[in-house]
Write a protein that binds this ligand. Structure first.
Ligand code: ZN
Length: 246
């Protein structure tokens, strides 16, 4: 039991150390963002499950399987286990990264009708009156896709459809969940070198994945032109546009 536990812990640590190296230094992740996102999830599952199972095997070795924590022998043991479980749950709740206040503002704009809806490529899109270029997707029942007039007015029809397809892909591929989990892990264990790399990588990979989904519908060129108008001044925008050139 102890040997098996130690082997599991070592394997889990190997995953935690190696996965970020493989997933942040490989060119294929730029071309296959969805595979890379799945690989991050698998690495996290293997790392966490391996560590938990390994530590459990080591700690619980030579304890009776029917009552490993000795709860039957002393009430205080049960209390300790309960306190430990509550502490772990409280920590998980405390580090959870929630969507920012801008999501609430978007929801409110959509619910109140402050942003009139327009049908773009068969999708109802809330269009807000604003000078700056803005497009976003808010998940959930009261969510949806929102673009600003400042962006819509600068785009040709196919470019605007590309923006909407990009935002729709964020919703259908549940990118907010992927980013939320990665950022929560970064907050929970900022001292694990791979945690920060995963959060950073996830935020970029979801943009690539959404661009690819939009490109499948409207062609790479329309998406590339839309990215240059909407986000051409940021470093990520330039990278997104250049990978769509190939
Ligand atoms: Zn996006």
């Amino acid at each position: 039991m102890v040997v098996a536990g130690v082997v599991l812990i070592v394997l889990a640590l190997a995953v935690v150390v190696l996965a970020p190296r493989v997933l942040t230094r490989s060119a294929w992740t730029i071309d296959r963002p969805r595979t890379a996102l799945v690989s991050w999830s698998v690495a996290v599952l293997l790392g966490v499950a391996g560590l938990v199972a390994g530590i459990a095997l080591v700690v619980l070795a030579n304890r009776p399987l029917t009552d490993p924590f000795g709860i039957g022998t002393s009430a205080s043991h049960g209390l300790n286990v309960g306190v430990a479980v509550v502490a772990v749950l409280a920590f998980a709740v405390a580090v959870r990264v929630r969507p920012g206040p801008e999501h609430d503002a978007v929801r409110e704009a959509m619910r109140s009708g402050a942003a009139p809806h327009r049908e773009i490529a068969g999708v109802p899109v809330a269009v807000v009156e604003a000078d700056h270029a803005l497009a976003c997707a808010v998940p959930g029942r009261s969510g949806g896709v929102l673009v600003s007039t400042g962006l819509a007015d600068q785009l040709r029809t196919d470019e605007l459809e590309a923006v909407v397809a990009h935002e729709r892909a964020h919703l259908s591929q549940h990118h907010a969940v992927a980013v939320g989990i990665a950022e929560s892990i970064e907050r929970a264990v900022p001292w694990v070198p791979g945690a920060r790399a995963m959060a950073r990588s996830t935020r970029v990979l979801v943009e690539f994945a959404a661009d690819d989904a939009a490109a499948r519908r409207l062609g790479r060129d329309a998406v590339r032109r839309a990215v240059l108008v909407a986000d051409g001044t940021s470093a990520l925008g330039v990278i997104r546009a250049s990978r769509l050139e190939r």
